[in-house]
Design a protein around this ligand. Structure first.
Ligand SMILES: CC(C)(COP(=O)(O)OP(=O)(O)OC[C@H]1O[C@@H](n2cnc3c(N)ncnc32)[C@H](O)[C@@H]1OP(=O)(O)O)[C@@H](O)C(=O)NCCC(=O)NCCS
Length: 153
């Protein structure tokens, strides 16, 4: 059906769409390939009419499910696509017995991602960590445990 959003695993043909989402300063083709081959991460995409409009790269690193990266194509932002990906991850957390928490990190000035985490009930667990990133930027850590309560919408 036209305009229907489907969540599915990424395939190599999606890489060009993901590189558009990432732009010049984001992940490169090598970053996506390395995440898959070296970190054994999985990337899922939101597909609308065969265009990958949003993605999330996740590493299953017992006992944590770690969000390594996510992004939504600019013209598709604020339509709930990233939220749907995270809600699916939270459902996985609730059903997977060997995983206990979802964790993520972002730069202190990434207010989009911080807003997304807050909207999905994934809490900031630490004061900003000084110099977390190689370029000296501070990082904010997020965590949602199995027992955490979800916000009502
Ligand atoms: C962060 C990002 C992935 C969100 O994607 P999205 O598909 O637009 O997010 P959603 O539409 O699902 O947003 C869900 C909620 O998150 C919050 N949110 C999303 N974007 C936000 C923004 N720019 N500012 C503040 N809060 C925001 C809101 O509460 C939003 O709900 P609302 O639209 O009903 O107010 C997107 O802004 C993006 O690609 N940013 C650049 C890449 C990036 O920073 N990635 C994270 C790397 S760690």
């Amino acid at each position: 059906m036209k305009d229907q959003a489907i969540i599915r695993p990424m395939d190599r043909a999606d890489l060009s769409d993901l590189l558009v989402i990432e732009g010049e300063d984001g992940w490169t083709r090598d970053n996506f390939v390395q995440a898959e081959l070296v970190l054994h991460a999985k990337t899922v995409v939101v597909d609308i009419d065969e265009l990958a409009v949003s993605f999330m790269t996740i590493r299953y690193d017992r006992p944590c499910i770690e969000i390594l990266n996510c992004g939504t194509r600019r013209s598709y932002q604020r339509k709930g696509h990233a939220r749907r990906l995270i809600e699916e991850l939270i459902r996985n957390l609730r059903t997977e017995t060997s995983f206990h928490a979802i964790k993520a990190v972002c730069g202190v000035e990434n207010f989009e991602f911080r807003g997304l985490m807050q909207a999905c009930g994934i809490h900031e667990i630490h004061a900003p960590v000084k110099g977390y990133y190689e370029d000296g930027t501070d990082g904010v850590l997020f965590c949602l445990t199995k027992e955490s309560r979800q916000p009502s919408r």
